[in-house]
Design a protein around this ligand. Structure first.
Ligand SMILES: CC(=O)[C@@H](O)[C@H](O)COP(=O)(O)O
Ligand SMILES: NCC(=O)COP(=O)(O)O
Length: 237
């Protein structure tokens, strides 16, 4: 079975737009778990554009499924996750100024750096995952870092799938086969959606977890709008 971890960054984006507490991030996290999701993912960024540092702490007692915190392991991020002790930390090599995550780790170039950080997280009983492009050399490099899992960066697959090119899955399947052989757990995420998730899952052996945010929250708007517009119309009769 593949676990669904819902990324709630976009709920915080909406909340921050008005400065209040609507939508309520903690209530949303509770509801998502009650609806059956097996995890909650957040990706606090240094500029706190969506998830704030305090949110990461406040979510700890609320997330009773798997709590996954993603981010670039600069010292303030590392100190925060070592205090919170989520189920899993996913290391992502984001620049400060990126719109969203746009590349995986070069696991060869950053091998020693990753070894030290992963060891520190694992000493604190936190499962580790590292964000990687679907490149066999990067998967081999990931193994050498001591990480428990990799997270396959799926944007390229999603773009290709949208264009009708199903061969875009091939490097992902090859990397998954290698990761399984090396004993690395496999997560995946970025731009996965209701359209592409079934095909992705069918072609990735041993897929343990997907984290999905942008599409899932957008789809929730599309699928919920009719109901809510109808409710307003009822009240306005
Ligand atoms: C690590 C990853 O794949 C990203 O999708 C990220 O978690 C999303 O971050 P934003 O919500 O800031 O775009
Ligand atoms: N790790 C990927 C993630 O958490 C969500 O990515 P996206 O669905 O918002 O693109």
């Amino acid at each position: 079975m593949t676990k669904l971890s819902v990324n709630i960054n976009k709920i915080a984006t909406l909340r921050n737009a008005r400065g209040g507490n609507v939508p309520d991030l903690l209530k949303t996290a509770k509801d998502i778990q009650e609806f059956g999701a097996q995890g909650i993912t957040i990706h606090p960024r240094p500029d706190e554009r969506h998830i704030r540092r305090q949110d990461a702490y406040d979510l700890k007692p609320v997330v009773y499924t798997e709590y996954n915190i993603e981010g670039n392991p600069f010292r303030p991020f590392l100190d925060m996750v070592l205090e919170i002790k989520p189920t899993q930390v996913t290391l992502v090599p984001d620049g400060d100024d990126v719109l969203t995550s746009n590349a995986g780790w070069d696991t060869l170039k950053h091998k020693e750096y990753l070894i030290d950080i992963i060891a520190e997280l694992k000493r604190n009983e936190i499962r580790t995952s590292i964000f990687v492009d679907p490149d066999l050399k990067m998967i081999e490099g990931a193994k050498a870092t001591g990480t428990d899992r990799i997270e396959l960066y799926t944007e390229d697959f999603a773009r290709q799938y949208e264009l009708g090119n199903k061969d875009g899955i091939k490097p992902y399947t090859e990397c998954a086969v290698l990761a399984n052989a090396l004993g690395l757990g496999i997560n995946a995420g970025h731009d996965l959606s209701l359209d592409n998730i079934a095909f992705f899952k069918q072609n990735i052996p041993g897929l343990l977890e997907v984290s999905i945010g942008h599409a899932l929250i957008s789809e929730s708007l599309y699928l919920g709008l009719e109901n809510v517009v109808g409710m307003y119309l009822q009240k306005l009769k």
